[in-house]
Design a protein around this ligand. Structure first.
Ligand code: URA
Length: 209
């Protein structure tokens, strides 16, 4: 079974509470999603391998740690996932970015895939799939299916708010994919919204309705 990490860092919790507030406008919502994504990326990348290199300071030669060069790919699920990309890229600027387009059929609530564009060497990269909301898990499961079909082997899922059923469904479909989230909420309502959640993340990020 994959691991679920719910970040209890005070800064992440504080910022998440701010964006839950329905009075927060698009600009602030987008900025804070970006900050949360950076803070989450800091924790998610904690196990990146390092190696020793020599460095000469103004004072002495020494041997210190550097990243061992494990390649990363960030794959936002369109469109709300886009809101998390820049925040992660600030920490890992050499990462490549893939895109997976899904929309949720408003009647069936099932995800429909319409676009997949990934780095060519996706099979050699650790892939961070990002989507602010993990509701039923349908989009995340389809996105991970699409990645595995194209050779991706090491995949992590990063979401800001998750419903318990979404976590359960992803863990059942992809027991090898660890899930990282800032908030594990109560349930999904009949309209497919996470409760208490923060509403439609895509609409709030992009100022649409
Ligand atoms: N997608 C969203 O943007 N919000 C929800 O609450 C559920 C799915």
């Amino acid at each position: 079974m994959s691991k679920l990490t719910v970040f209890d860092h005070p800064l992440i919790q504080h910022k998440l509470t701010i964006i839950r507030d329905k009075r927060i406008g698009t600009k602030e919502f987008r900025e804070i999603v970006d900050e949360i994504a950076s803070l989450m990326a800091y924790e998610v990348t904690r196990d990146l391998p390092t190696m020793d290199i020599e460095v000469e300071t103004p004072v002495a030669k020494t041997t210190k740690k550097t990243l061992a060069g494990k390649k990363l790919a960030i794959v936002p699920i369109l469109r709300a996932g886009l809101g998390m990309v820049d925040g992660i890229m600030k920490l890992v600027p050499a990462a490549r970015i893939g895109h997976i387009g899904m929309y949720r059929d408003e009647k069936s609530l099932e995800p429909v895939e319409y676009f997949v564009k990934l780095p060519e060497d996706i099979d050699q990269r650790e892939v961070l799939v990002v989507d602010p909301m993990l509701a039923t898990g349908g989009s995340a499961i389809m996105a991970i299916d699409a990645l595995k079909k194209r050779g991706a082997k090491t995949i992590k899922l990063i979401t800001i708010v998750s419903a318990p059923i979404g976590v359960e469904n992803v863990q059942a479909a992809h027991p090898d994919v660890d899930i990282f989230t800032a908030g594990l909420d109560d349930y999904l309502n009949d309209e497919g919204y996470i409760v208490p959640g923060l509403g439609d993340a895509g609409d709030r990020l992009f100022g649409t309705r």
